[in-house]
Ligand binder design. Sequence first.
Ligand SMILES: C[S@@+](CC[C@H](N)C(=O)[O-])C[C@H]1O[C@@H](n2cnc3c(N)ncnc32)[C@H](O)[C@@H]1O
Length: 491
Amino acid sequence: MQYQSFPGVKGGSRSSEKLAALRLPPFTGKRFLDVGCNEGFFCGYAAFDGAKKVLGIDRSAVAISRAKKRFPECEFLAQSWDALPEGTFDVITLLSALHYAEDQSGLVHRLMESLSDDGVLVLEISIAPESGDEWIKVKRSIDERFFPTRGKLGSILRDYAWKIIGHSVNQAGDPLQRYVVHVRKLKPYAYLLMGSPGSGKTTVSRHLFQQAKVPVVSGDRTYLQVSQGKHEVSEALRALISEEFTTASIDTLTRKLFIDGFVEELAALWSHQAGYRDFALDSFVPQEHRQSVKDALEALGYYSVEITSENPGRLIPAKTASTRAMDYEKHLKTHRADVFEQQIVVTRTMDKQWAPSLRWHLDAPVSGQWLADEPAVKVAGWAIGFNDCQRPMQVYTKTSKGRQLYPLDRPRNDVLNAVFGGVEASPDFWRQHPCGFGFTLETALLDENVELGIMLEEKEIPLARMKVEAGMDRKAPSFGERLIKRISGAS
Ligand SMILES: C[S@@+](CC[C@H](N)C(=O)[O-])C[C@H]1O[C@@H](n2cnc3c(N)ncnc32)[C@H](O)[C@@H]1O
């Protein structure tokens, strides 16, 4: 019985309609194998569409001899699919034929082995509507055959990437709906988060991929590690990263890397870190270079998925941030006088003669510090003596009401680190005696000058004077006053 249809020959199958339903990929330059090719309708199409190699096999010698006559430009073999031809193919079709195989899943797996890494196997099969992972025996007008349920199809194709493309063309009397299924080899996935710094890609990678235990390769961390001598990379790549990682921002470095043609090496480095398995890339890639990243990963066998967000970058450029900060500082300088009424003024008074033998610092209060109805002021700092001054000392405050002494009783390792380069490197005396002090002073005392100093045994060494001074009137100037001030340019 005539199966395929050609112009002037009506077969049981409407071959042109089936061809359209199959959604075959473009054939230019491809190698095509049609298994159970019958009279070669689809082989002829592949040759017509530019395939570089076309091979059809069918166990029917009659069908093959007709195919050879119809399409002499193609190769045909009268042989069973029990032995598949040598070599790999970019497109393989098995159309309306799987149900004739004794081991249907075995045939699918063998066909997948004959497929190139980027290839597609196109199946046209009937699927039984029953549920479960079952083969269903179906009585047809001509015979009884087994057909897979969707569950069975899923279990056969579990190790591949596959998709039911849609319905195929049913033939008269078909008991089941025919479907077209495209099957491809599974490849490792590279999920690409390449947005601008601050666009939220690290958050996405944390939420999505780390929880799913998909390794996340950070571009920034990779640069750091390369600059630290880790990873085997070319000298040129290491030199550029080491030089630029410290001096330029990550986005400037990244741009240079892509402009200088390091995309393949970077892609290899990222995928190496992921063990050539699925991974998510968290690395800024300038828009114009993103396709080259995909191409490089695809050349390494990856299927790349770019994950983009419509959110614009939320990190303002560093330059804008510093301009805004300077504007704000100007604004603060212009307007601060309007709102405060009291500030502390600290004046250093230590005589120069003590400079070689005494170092001190007042952490609080600092000159210019505002006071807002505070009953007490915190005084804290440190003092360290050298040479002759390396003796027990105290801090004193002196007002008209008298002198008050405070101990140096606070260990300050931060100070020892800063002054002597480490606690261990400090003189024994300062390792054994704290150099920090801290106490509170009634704010009211600061209405007059308070002298702060060091008592070195019986000797008073004045360090500073502290006093509260009135600021401007708390009342803010009126709008008119502000306007006049602004017009006159006064600050
Ligand atoms: C229903 S026809 C489909 C033909 C063609 N694939 C199409 O869709 O137009 C099934 C074809 O499979 C072939 N066939 C059946 N068993 C086969 C086997 N073991 N090896 C190779 N071809 C086989 C038949 O000879 C027949 O040409």
